[in-house]
Design a protein around this ligand. Structure first.
Ligand SMILES: [Zn+2]
Length: 313
C-alpha cells in the first residue's frame, strides 16, 4: 500500500490530492461542487474523479490505502453528517456512500479539524502532537488535536472554537443563532464589523474608510503605522487572545497555529494575539508557541490524507 487520496469538500469546489504514504503530494486537482438537488451529485462526482485518476495513473487498487475526506459540517466519528448548509445535505452517511461508490476504505472529518491535522503533520504544528488551530476566514473554524488525535466529540462538534462566547453583552446574532461568539470579532467579517464601529465614532485621521473596509485593509494600515487600524487590531487580538488563553487551560497545547485568509497578514498578527493571551494565560500555559499556518489551501487535502493513513496506513 503506497498511496492515498485526500479530499476537501467546499461549497464551490472539491479539492483533491493523490499522496504518497510519506506525505508527498503527487497530484492535485479540483472539481466543481454541484450543490443543487441537495448536493446529491457531490459524492458520485468525487468517486468518478478518483476512479478516473486511478486509471489515468495506472495505479493498482491494492496499492491504495483509502480516501480521507474533510466536510464543512460537524461529522460524527463514524463518518455521518447531519446537515451541511454549504453542500445542501441533510442526513448523509458520507463514509458509507463513498466506500460503496469506490470500494475503497474512507474516513471522514470536519474540514477545520482535518486542516488542523494537516498543519500538525506538515505545517505550522509539525513535530507536535498537542496543537490548537484557529482558522480565521469568513467565519472562525478550529481544530483541537491532543495526543495526535483530533477531538471529534459526541456530535462531531469538538473544536468549534468560533462559537465560544467571548462577549456576554453582545446584542447582534451570530450565524449559529447565539450572541457574542468569537466569530463575530475575529473572523474577516468580524474585523470589518469592529473597524466600522470604531470608524463611526472616530475623529482622528486614518486611511480606513468605513464603507468598503476589509480585514486586509486593516492589517495593511497596521503595517503602515495607522493608529486607528492598530487599535482595531488590538481589539480583535484581545477577543482572540483572551479566548485562546481559556482554551489553553482545557487543552494545554504546545503550539497554537493561526490560519485562514486573515493569517495572510503575516507575522504582524502574532503579537496582537500573543500579548493579550499572556495577560490571561494560566501560569503553566505561558510558553505556548504561536505560529502561522504554512499549508494554505493544501491543509485540507493534506489533513484528509493523514486522517485515512492514521486509520488504515
Ligand atoms: Zn456562533
Amino acid at each position: 500500500m503506497k498511496y492515498c487520496f485526500g479530499v476537501d469538500i467546499g461549497g464551490t469546489t472539491v479539492k483533491m490530492g493523490l499522496f504518497e504514504k510519506t506525505g508527498e503530494i503527487l497530484d492535485k486537482w479540483e472539481i466543481v461542487s454541484k450543490t443543487e438537488n441537495e448536493g446529491e451529485a457531490v459524492l458520485p462526482d468525487i468517486a468518478e474523479s478518483i476512479k478516473g485518476k486511478i486509471q489515468e495513473r495506472g495505479l493498482e487498487e491494492a496499492d491504495i490505502v483509502g480516501i480521507g475526506v474533510g466536510v464543512p459540517a460537524p461529522v460524527t466519528a463514524d463518518g455521518v453528517v447531519n446537515g451541511s448548509a454549504n453542500i445542501g445535505w441533510g442526513y448523509k452517511d458520507v463514509k458509507g456512500e463513498l466506500e460503496g461508490l469506490t470500494g475503497l476504505p474512507t474516513e471522514v472529518g470536519n474540514d477545520a479539524n482535518v486542516a488542523a491535522l494537516g498543519e500538525m503533520w506538515q505545517g505550522g504544528g509539525e513535530g507536535e502532537t498537542n496543537i490548537v488551530m484557529v482558522t480565521l476566514g469568513t467565519g472562525v473554524g478550529g481544530g483541537v488535536i491532543i495526543g495526535g488525535k483530533v477531538v471529534v466529540g459526541t456530535h462531531g462538534a469538538g473544536g468549534e472554537i468560533g462559537h465560544l462566547c467571548v462577549n456576554y453583552d453582545e446584542t447582534e446574532i451570530c450565524g449559529c443563532g447565539n450572541k457574542g461568539c468569537l466569530e463575530q470579532y475575529a473572523s474577516a467579517t468580524g474585523i470589518v464589523r469592529l473597524a466600522r464601529k470604531k470608524l463611526a465614532a472616530e475623529t482622528r485621521k486614518t486611511v480606513l474608510q468605513a464603507e468598503n473596509v476589509t480585514a486586509k485593509d486593516v492589517f495593511d494600515a497596521v503595517k503602515a503605522g495607522d493608529t486607528v487600524a492598530q487599535e482595531v487590531a488590538e481589539e480583535f487580538g484581545r477577543f482572540l487572545g483572551y479566548c485562546l488563553a481559556n482554551l489553553a487551560i482545557v487543552t494545554d497545547p504546545a503550539v497554537i497555529v493561526i490560519g485562514g485568509g486573515v493569517s495572510r497578514a503575516g507575522e504582524v498578527l502574532i503579537p496582537y494575539i500573543q500579548k493579550p493571551f499572556l495577560e490571561k494565560a494560566f501560569f503553566a500555559n505561558k510558553d505556548v508557541e504561536f505560529k502561522l499556518a504554512t499549508l494554505g489551501n493544501d491543509a485540507g487535502i493534506c489533513g484528509a490524507a493523514k486522517l485515512i493513513l492514521d486509520e488504515r496506513g
